[in-house]
Write a protein that binds this ligand. Structure first.
Ligand SMILES: [Zn+2]
Length: 588
């Protein structure tokens, strides 16, 4: 039939194409309108304060837009907004999916830092709601690095507002962590491989270290550190130094929380680990013995504490002989490398060291231009030693080199010598006085102190580099000047894990082995007493006050105001105060 000929295959196909075009454009219009309508509904409901209902419309708007050909980048902003609504609806797994999608797009990558940190914070909280502590920890650990020095100096005017926001978000997240981690029963850290588990453990330990220094966050800190400790113990074993490091962070926390039995168990583990690593007769054990004995004394278990002290005395005698420590009978110790410096023992405003050298010349890595004053340190040579090696900057360079290779972190000198007037200007210029020590009270004026940077920010207790300093600094003559809970500066809490100070090898070793735990300034003030005690082999007795520390309050009170603030009277002479010496020994 001729009519049939007209319906050629060509006609069929063109008709089909035409129909398809009509069909597509019709539906396209409908889809566009629908997606826009859904998005409008979404925004209206959010504005009305009904985000949970809004969430459904938002989701519809996303899927309609995608069907209409929008790509991930086009819907990223909407996804981030819908995630906010889903948070109210408590659909946390959806929240994390939406935010992850949005953050990996170009849109997400190009967000201003404050907007991006806001979304990342929401994402981490969604993970915490799902019980995924590891993923949340990964995000907040990155905040910790981005916060840089805002962690150590949250109110310092010189630090960028974005860095401060990272630190503030971290502090706020403490409560969210607390709901998810149980400080009494450490969670098992999950991970696909041992490497993943260890990476999570490091993040948990970094965060635990952060919360440990924040008042009111002890339980969060304990939960995070305990999880990290158990994970490292499981993967690396209890004897590994990374595991032992955590006992030194978690133990003091348990002790503060009154969990003395848990602290005891930890310190025992650490003690035995060190015993295996360093030998039963190593004087390096004294730190762990002191910690353990301190716990026994708090529990009034004096017999056990006494047994430990006897053990320590044995180590001390065997390893060195009591005569190792010459008694320092000098009268005036003001210029000495081992003089104390604190609000109770101020430095004269006229004092400046006469042997300052550029630290870089002794191969100390410096954070600032090597020739500025702040990058100088005292030479403080051992007079009978090698002129190039046996001095302060050379030893600091050796310590840094050792810890750089042990930790893999970059370590540098951030601040060394600061004159009285520099310190005064710094203090006066800083709106928040709490972050800068007043002139006359700073060890930096002596040229003996070194603030240490790790990865270009202040060193932190959770750094592997810090762990290395904690274990080795004394061998190079350095001690930590401002341990947790000290009262050396006028501000309330002046824990400074970055501030290391040279006192000479002999004094640093005596402090480590026989000095009071975490009381460096008291130790230095009573140094002649400790030296005499060491020379005559007398060691502390459990349950009794340390005789060398007896009367320290009266001595400290005597010190009065910084020397610059008022004329020195007879009873305020620092020399007399510094040399109040062998009182304890005389009484014995
Ligand atoms: Zn310092």
């Amino acid at each position: 039939m001729p009519a049939m000929k007209l319906r050629s295959p060509f006609m069929f196909s063109s008709a089909f194409v035409l129909l398809a075009i009509l069909f597509a454009s019709y539906f396209n219009v409908v889809i566009r309108t629908d997606a826009d309508a859904a998005e409008d509904r979404f925004h209206a409901l959010v504005a009305l304060g009904a985000p949970s209902i809004a969430a459904d419309h938002g989701e519809r708007a996303i899927s309609l837009s995608l069907k209409a050909g929008a790509d991930a980048n086009d819907v990223a902003a909407l996804k981030a907004q819908v995630a906010g609504a889903q948070t109210f609806a408590k659909n946390y797994s959806r929240v994390s999916d939406l935010l992850l999608d949005a953050l990996i797009t170009d849109w997400g990558q190009e967000l201003p830092p404050t907007d991006r940190l806001d979304l990342e914070d929401q994402l981490a909280r969604a993970y915490l709601h799902q019980g995924d502590v590891e993923k949340a920890a990964a995000i907040y650990a990155s905040f910790l690095e981005l916060a840089g020095d805002a962690v150590a100096l949250p109110n310092d005017t010189r630090i960028s507002p974005v860095a401060k926001q990272y630190a503030a978000r971290l502090t706020e997240a403490g409560d969210a962590f607390l709901r998810t981690v149980n400080h009494a029963q450490p969670r098992e850290v999950k991970g696909a491989t041992p490497e993943h588990i260890l990476a999570s453990a490091s993040q948990l330990s970094d965060l635990g270290g952060f919360y440990a220094t924040r008042q009111g966050h002890e339980y969060t800190a304990a939960g995070l550190l305990a999880a990290a400790y158990e994970a490292r113990k499981r993967v690396l074993g209890g004897d590994h130094q990374d595991t032992v490091q955590l006992t030194l962070m978690l133990g003091p926390l348990y002790s503060r929380m009154g969990r003395l039995q848990d602290a005891e168990a930890l310190y025992l583990d650490a003690f035995h680990a060190q015993e295996r690593a360093k030998g039963a007769n190593s004087p390096d054990l004294s730190l762990y013995i002191k910690l353990l004995a301190g716990i026994y004394e708090r529990q009034e278990r004096y017999t056990e504490a006494q047994a430990l002290y006897e053990h320590m005395r044995g180590l001390f005698r065997d390893a060195f002989g009591a005569q190792r420590y010459a008694v320092n009978r000098e009268r005036d110790r003001r210029e000495y490398i081992n003089r104390p410096v604190s609000q109770h023992f101020p430095v004269d405003d006229t004092y400046s060291p006469n042997d300052l050298v550029s630290a870089a010349e002794y191969f100390v890595p410096t954070a600032k231009g090597p020739n500025i004053d702040e990058m100088k340190l005292r030479l403080a040579p051992d007079h009978e030693g090698d002129a190039l090696e046996d001095n302060l900057p050379a030893r600091l360079a050796q310590l840094i080199a050792l810890c750089r290779s042990e930790s893999g972190q970059s370590i540098s000198l951030r601040s060394g010598y600061r004159s009285f007037s520099t310190q005064r200007i710094l203090h006066a210029n800083n709106a928040d006085k709490g972050t800068v020590t007043p002139a006359g009270v700073s060890e930096h004026q002596t040229g003996l102190a070194a603030d240490i940077n790790v990865n270009n920010r202040f060193m932190r207790q959770s750094d592997r580099a810090y762990q290395c300093f904690e274990e080795n600094a004394f061998r190079f003559g350095f001690i930590l000047s401002y341990p947790p809970g000290n009262d050396y500066l006028p501000t309330a809490d002046s824990y400074e894990p970055w501030h290391w100070r040279y006192v000479g090898i002999q004094t640093a070793q005596l402090y480590r082995e026989a000095g009071p735990y975490n009381m460096p300034q008291e130790f230095l003030a009573a140094l002649p007493c400790y030296q005499e005690r060491a020379a005559s082999g007398i060691f502390p007795t459990a349950g009794e006050v340390d005789l060398c520390l007896e009367g320290r309050h009266e001595r400290l009170a005597d010190a009065g105001e910084p020397a610059s603030a008022q004329p020195q009277r007879e009873n305020q002479d620092p020399a007399r105060i510094l040399n109040e010496s062998a009182k304890g020994v005389a009484k014995r």
